[in-house]
Write a new protein. Structure first.
Length: 260
């Protein structure tokens, strides 16, 4: 038994989008405040502030007049953000990762919901504070009988909404195979196989790079803080999304070709 995430696109209603954006904004505020507190404590006193300390601080922040909006969203994504910060700092102190950075709203956002903050009923997902199910495009079915243990909603810089459902699945062993093949990453071709077959490099990326260069050039000319710069930044993010989608599609096709 292992855990596997199934990712889908969804198109929230205006009310759901408002709630999700507010939730992600609150998660970002809590994460950044906790990171600032923990960083300052380390620099001033060489003191490590733990998750339980930041969780207590969150309770106090909700009582402040300028932070009462934190109580308008589910508390679970806020607590999950503090747990992710704890893990990030633990990885840093153990030499496995760089020091965590502050989150920026312009980079999109995410919110993680555990079982106490969502319902999975009749194949539909209901998040806390929302009476309507998420309008998910079910591009593939979940494993039979699987129930999500954690749900993560993400908003990409390009404005794309996705939801990831973490479920427990059984891994079936592959049948034994006597065939062997060598795979070599090439220069003139993407992959060269030991049986002589070659998979060509993807075409169309040069055009997308030119499109990206043009969009980035237009962004550099816009005044910082202006609405036009925001629109230009969104165009750059969408081109990046196009390139990422094209790369994933091509690699999936190449993987299928090698597998067959």
């Amino acid at each position: 038994m292992t855990q596997r995430a199934f990712k889908y696109r969804f198109y929230p209603t205006p009310e759901q989008e408002t709630l999700l954006r507010r939730t992600m904004g609150c998660t970002c505020v809590v994460y950044n405040r906790a990171l600032a507190v923990r960083t300052q404590a380390w620099y001033d006193e060489k003191k490590r502030v733990g998750y339980s300390d930041t969780s207590a601080l969150l309770t106090e922040w909700k009582k402040q007049d300028d932070l009462q909006f934190l109580s308008e969203v589910s508390c679970v994504p806020l607590q999950q953000g503090l747990r992710h910060l704890q893990k990030a700092l633990s990885n840093f102190f153990e030499g496995r990762a760089k020091y965590p950075t502050f989150k920026k709203k312009r980079n999109g956002g995410s919110a993680e919901f555990t079982k106490s903050a969502f319902k999975f009923r009749n194949g539909q997902v209901f998040l806390a504070k929302s009476s309507l199910p998420l309008p998910i495009r079910w591009s593939r079915e979940l494993p039979k009988g699987a129930t999500p243990t954690t749900i993560t909603v993400k908003l990409s810089p390009a404005g794309r909404w996705t939801v990831s459902l973490l479920v427990d699945v059984e891994i079936e062993p592959l049948p034994p195979c006597s065939n062997e093949i060598g795979v070599d990453l090439g220069v003139t071709s993407l992959v060269a196989l030991s049986d002589g077959e070659k998979i060509a490099n993807p075409k169309g990326f040069n055009a997308k790079r030119r499109k990206l260069k043009k969009a980035q050039k237009a962004l550099s000319r816009k005044q910082k803080g202006s609405n036009n710069r925001h629109k230009a930044r969104l165009k750059v993010a969408k081109v990046h999304q196009e390139i990422a989608d094209a790369r994933k599609d091509f690699l999936a096709r190449a993987d299928d070709s090698i597998g067959t």
